[in-house]
Design a protein around this ligand. Structure first.
Ligand code: FES
Length: 57
């Protein structure tokens, strides 16, 4: 499922980057993928996915 339509970033990609410790918050995923830097509608959902992935790992 796409979370960020503007940049074509899926929930799977966000989970994978988080599990690989490449991202830990919105700021770090934005630096790598640009997620959230256009319309911004994806930020809340992406934040939840990152936090849930960290919580269960
Ligand atoms: Fe992510 Fe627009 S959906 S910036």
């Amino acid at each position: 499922m796409y979370v960020c339509l503007c940049f074509g970033i899926s929930d799977k990609k966000i989970i994978r980057l988080t599990q690989q410790n490449k991202v830990s918050d919105i700021r770090s995923i934005r630096e790598i993928t640009s997620l959230g830097s256009q319309c911004g509608k994806c930020i809340r959902q992406a934040k939840n996915i990152i936090e849930e992935t960290i919580a269960i790992s």
